[in-house]
Design a protein around this ligand. Structure first.
Ligand code: IVH
Length: 686
C-alpha cells in the first residue's frame, strides 16, 4: 500500500507516518497497521535514504529504536543500548548477510574468507523486549526497551512473573548482570484471557503480542500478575565482574539456563549459513504447532570475539539478523458479508475479502462467528480490515481500521430468513447464533447432513462425495440420509458424468455400509454436540440404540463425556418425529450392528471417572500406551491436546509446548513418579 517516494515532501510524510505508527505500537500498545505494513514502510524509508544520503536527517525513524517511554513509569537508562535487528525476507538476502560478515572480518582481522561462520539460531519471539538487572545475583531492576537508550522501570510488574528469577540459581554469577529477553503470552493463554474479557463485556485484545505489552505495562501490578506471561531470555547487556566469561553466544545461553532462566528449546548452533536456511525451513514448518507466536528466526554470529569485531550500526548489530516469516496479519478490504447455513442450521456470517496473502496463504474469506462479533468489531461493508491467520486457525477479521473508512459504508444486517431455503430463522435462547429451523427441507442442511452421514468416520460410504450428494438433493432424488438406501442403479447411472460402473460401485458401497457399529451409526446421525467420542461413550454405557433414544436428560448426564448441554441436544434430537422416522427407515433398509452388554455399573464406579489426562514428553518407566491403558482402565480419558476440559498434564522428559500451555491455563501437572504412585495406590484399591 506504500506509494513510491519522489520528493522530499513525500519523504517527510513517510517519516511522520512511521513516527505515528511507532507511537501507536510502542507507547499506546495499539498498532493501527499490521507489522508487515510497518516493515514495508520502514524498508521503503531505508531504501530512499540509501539512494539519497543527503536526505537523511538525525531525527529519522531509521535512526531510532522503538519510541519514547511512557511518563507513567520511572525512566531507566540502559548502560548497553537495547538494539533492534535488521531484517531479511529471503534466502538470497541471508546469504548476502553471511558474505558481508566474512568480507568484513577479512578486511578487519584477516580472517580466511573461505571459513564458514558458526551461528546460533533462535526463534524470533513476538513479544516485548525487557532488560533485567541483577546485582550479586539479586534482581534489582527490570525495564522495557523504550527507545533503546531509555526504557521504563517495570520492576514491580516483572517480579510477578514466575519465569523471572528473583535470585539467580548457583553461585558464580557476575557482580552485575543485565539479562535481555522477551516477555510473551502463549496462544492458549491469550485465547483464555480474551474469552474472559469477552464474558465480562470488556474490550478484547487483538493479538498475543499486543496483549503481552498491555499486560506488562499496567500501573497496577496485580493485573500483570493475573496474566499468563512468560519470559524467555536470548542474551545479555552490561556485565561486570564475571570470572569465567564464555567465548560463544550459545554458551552464554546455557549459562543463563543454569542460573534459572528459560531459554528457547528450539535454539540450535549450526556450522554455516546454509544450515541457517535449513533451520529457517524447519521452524517455518513447525510454526503452526507452537503455542507461541514467532515472526521469524534470529541468526547470531556465535563467536563473541567476532561479534565484537563486527560491531553495530545505528539501530542494529552487524553480527545478527532476523529472517522474517510471512506476516500473519495483513490489511485488506471487506467486500461483503454473506450468511452460510451449517449442518445443524446455524447461520454464520462469512467475510468475503479482497484476496490477500497472509502467512504465505491467499485468504479471501474469513469467519465472523455471529452478529455479536460484527457488532463488536463495528464492521461495515467496504471497510479496511486487519486479517489474521495464526497457526492452523481459520482466518479471522480482528479489527476495522476506522481511520481508513472513506464513506458512510453500509451497515450489516442480520438475515430475517434462511439465505438458502428462505424458511424462518430464530435465535435459540442462551445462544447468539441464528438458526434456520426448516432443517428437514433446507437444501444446504440436507446436503451437509447426508455428507456427514456418508463420511469416513461415520457410515464410510465409498464414492458418496459432496458433489454427488448435491446433485441427488438438487434433483430431489433424496431428502434424508435414509433415502440413499432406496436409490437404484438405474437412477444413479442416469446422472451426468456417472457411468454404469460407477453406479454399480456406489450401490455396492451402500450395501456394504449397512453392517456397521452402533457408535458409528450414532455419530452419523449428526446429533448436535455428539462427536465420535461421545457416541462411543453412549454405546459403552447403554449397549443398544433404543435405551439411548428413550433416555431422559438426567439419566444421560451419568454418561462419561455428557454434560447438561449435550444431554439436552440428545433428547431434543430423539424427540423430533422427523429424526425418529429417519432412524426407522434406516433400520427398515437393513442397517444393523452388534449389540453390547451395557457397562453402566462399571463405568460410574471407577476412581478416575470423568477425568481427562494429557501425556507429554518421553516416559522413563513405561511405554506411553501402557500408561494410557492404565488410566483408561481406571475410568480416565486420555486426550492428545490440552483444553479447558483437561484435568491433569502428565509430563515426562523433554516436555514441550504442552507444558507451557498447561502452566498458562493453571492445569494440574504431575510428573511420572507422581502418576505411577497414584496409579499403584488406585489399582491396589487403597
Ligand atoms: S536479539 C542485539 N534475539 O526482536 C540484538 N531479539 O527486532 C538484540 N526478539 O528487540 C535482539 N526474539 O524484542 C534477539 N531470539 C531473539 C529475539 C529477539 C525476539 C525481539 C527483541 C528485539 C527485536 C528486534
Amino acid at each position: 500500500m506504500s506509494k513510491s517516494i519522489q520528493t522530499l515532501a513525500q519523504l517527510v510524510e513517510l517519516k511522520d507516518q512511521i513516527r505515528r505508527h511507532n507511537h501507536q505500537y510502542h507507547v499506546l500498545d495499539n498498532p493501527l497497521i499490521p507489522d508487515a505494513e510497518y516493515d514495508r514502510l520502514m524498508q521503503q524509508l531505508l531504501v530512499v535514504e540509501q539512494s539519497k544520503p543527503d536526505w537523511i536527517t538525525a531525527d529519522s525513524p531509521s535512526k531510532r529504536v522503538g519510541a519514547s517511554p511512557l511518563l507513567a513509569f520511572d525512566q531507566v537508562q540502559h548502560q548497553v543500548p537495547m538494539l533492534s535487528l535488521n531484517n531479511v525476507f529471503d534466502s538470497e538476502a541471508l546469504l548476502n548477510f553471511d558474505r558481508r560478515i566474512k568480507e568484513r572480518l577479512k578486511k578487519q582481522v584477516g580472517t580466511d574468507i573461505s571459513l564458514p561462520i558458526t551461528y546460533t539460531c533462535e526463534p524470533k519471539l513476538d513479544g516485548i523486549a525487557v532488560s533485567l538487572q541483577y546485582e550479586q545475583g539479586l534482581l534489582v531492576r527490570g525495564a522495557t526497551r523504550g527507545d533503546g537508550n531509555t526504557g521504563e522501570d517495570i520492576t514491580t510488574n516483572l517480579r510477578t512473573l514466575n519465569t523471572v528469577p528473583l535470585k539467580l540459581l548457583g553461585n558464580q554469577w557476575p557482580e552485575r548482570l543485565d539479562v535481555r529477553g522477551e516477555v510473551y503470552m502463549t496462544q492458549s493463554g491469550f485465547n483464555t484471557l480474551n474469552q474472559k474479557l469477552l464474558e465480562r463485556g470488556e474490550k478484547t485484545y487483538v493479538n498475543p503480542r499486543n496483549t503481552a505489552a498491555g499486560s506488562l505495562r499496567q500501573l497496577d501490578c496485580r493485573i500483570t500478575a493475573n496474566r499468563p506471561l512468560l519470559l524467555c531470555v536470548y542474551g545479555i547487556g552490561q556485565v561486570q565482574g564475571w570470572q569465567k566469561i564464555p567465548k560463544n553466544h550459545y554458551d552464554i545461553l546455557q549459562q543463563l539456563q543454569q542460573w534459572g532462566f528459560r531459554t528457547n528449546q528450539e535454539t540450535r548452533r549450526v556450522a554455516d549459513a546454509k544450515a541457517c536456511l535449513d533451520y529457517y525451513d524447519q521452524l517455518a514448518r513447525q510454526r503452526d504447532q507452537l503455542d507461541y507466536e514467532i515472526d521469524g528466526v534470529v541468526f547470531k554470529v556465535d563467536n563473541l570475539q567476532q561479534q565484537q569485531q563486527l560491531g553495530s550500526v545505528a539501530r542494529a548489530p552487524r553480527w545478527a539478523i532476523a529472517h522474517k516469516f510471512p506476516a500473519q496479519e495483513e490489511l485488506t478490504q471487506l467486500l461483503k458479508v454473506e450468511f452460510q447455513v451449517g449442518r445443524t442450521g446455524t447461520i454464520t456470517p462469512v467475510a468475503r475479502l479482497q484476496p490477500v496473502k497472509v502467512g504465505g496463504v491467499t485468504v479471501s474469506n474469513a469467519t465472523l462467528h455471529n452478529m455479536d462479533e460484527i457488532k463488536r468489531l463495528g464492521l461495515r461493508e467496504g471497510d479496511s480490515v486487519l486479517v489474521r491467520r495464526a497457526g492452523d486457525v481459520i482466518p479471522k477479521v480482528v479489527r476495522v481500521i476506522i481511520e481508513r473508512r472513506l464513506h458512510d459504508n453500509q451497515a450489516i444486517i442480520a438475515p430475517d430468513c434462511c439465505p438458502v431455503c428462505y424458511g424462518p430463522v430464530e435465535q435459540i435462547t442462551g445462544e447468539v447464533a441464528l438458526r434456520c429451523i426448516n432443517g428437514s427441507s433446507c437444501a444446504t442442511q440436507i446436503k451437509q447432513a447426508v455428507h456427514h452421514f456418508a463420511s469416513r468416520k461415520a457410515m464410510d460410504i465409498n464414492g458418496m462425495g459432496g458433489k454427488l450428494i448435491a446433485t441427488l438433493v438438487d434433483q430431489k432424488l433424496i431428502s434424508t440420509a435414509a433415502d440413499l438406501y432406496n436409490l437404484t442403479q438405474k437412477q444413479l447411472a442416469s446422472l451426468e458424468r456417472m457411468g454404469d460402473k460407477s453406479a454399480n460401485n456406489i450401490i455396492n458401497a451402500l450395501q456394504a455400509s449397512k453392517q456397521t457399529q452402533l457408535d458409528r451409526f450414532l455419530f452419523a446421525l449428526g446429533i448436535p454436540e455428539v462427536g465420535e467420542s461421545t457416541a462411543r461413550s453412549l454405546v459403552h454405557y447403554y449397549g443398544k440404540l433404543e435405551p439411548i433414544m428413550m433416555a431422559s436428560e438426567a439419566a444421560l448426564k451419568h454418561v462419561n463425556d455428557v454434560g447438561a448441554v449435550v444431554a439436552t441436544k440428545i433428547t431434543q434430537f430423539f424427540a423430533d418425529p422427523h429424526n425418529r422416522d429417519m432412524i426407522a427407515s434406516l433400520q427398515r433398509a437393513g442397517l444393523g450392528w452388534p449389540e453390547y452388554e451395557p457397562q453402566k455399573q462399571l463405568q460410574t464406579d471407577l476412581p478416575l471417572q470423568g477425568k481427562v489426562y494429557v501425556i507429554t514428553g518421553s516416559l522413563k518407566s513405561c511405554k506411553r500406551d501402557t500408561l494410557k491403558a492404565r488410566l483408561q482402565t481406571l475410568g480416565g480419558k486420555v486426550s492428545n491436546n490440552i483444553s479447558q476440559r483437561t484435568d491433569c498434564l502428565i509430563v515426562g522428559q523433554k516436555a514441550g509446548s504442552k507444558l507451557n500451555k498447561a502452566q498458562a491455563m493453571d492445569i494440574t501437572i504431575w510428573n511420572e513418579e507422581t502418576v505411577v504412585a497414584q496409579l499403584q495406590s488406585l489399582e491396589s484399591g487403597q
